[in-house]
Design a protein around this ligand. Structure first.
Ligand SMILES: [Zn+2]
Length: 126
């Protein structure tokens, strides 16, 4: 493979309009990873991605800069779930010192993202 060919592929990779996490190519389902969402979320998307799937994403990293609605929803949900798990862990451990049994925590339901409406988590992972 020649140098110009590698360069061309690098440019194609970076400018590709696909979801970076499931390779969804339908442009109507995609939004930019680095654009601030109006929807209130628990943490910035890039932080959620790092925490949930341990992939470091940043502008100009040479990769596609889009995410689909499904992956965005799953990322948000996974992040919240991870927070709940960590909270439960620390509450259970603090029982040893406090002697107070912690109350039940609420696991967030998977919220549909718009657009598009998210199908079930199971069917989107298959
Ligand atoms: Zn996706």
């Amino acid at each position: 493979m020649t140098k110009p060919e590698i360069k061309r592929r690098e440019e194609e990779l970076q400018s590709k309009r696909v979801c970076r996490f499931c390779l969804e190519p339908d442009a109507s389902l995609l939004s930019k990873i680095y654009e601030q969402q109006t929807k209130c979320s628990t943490a910035p998307l890039t932080l959620q991605i790092m925490a949930c799937v341990a992939i470091e994403v940043y502008p100009g990293d040479g990769m596609p800069e889009f995410i689909c609605g499904t992956c965005r929803g799953v990322m948000e949900h996974s992040y919240q779930f991870k927070q709940i798990c960590k909270k439960a862990d620390s509450l259970l451990k603090s029982f040893l010192t406090s002697g107070e049994w912690p109350a039940k925590l609420t696991v967030p339901k998977l919220m549909p993202q718009s657009p598009p409406a998210t199908v079930s988590l199971v069917s989107s992972i298959r």
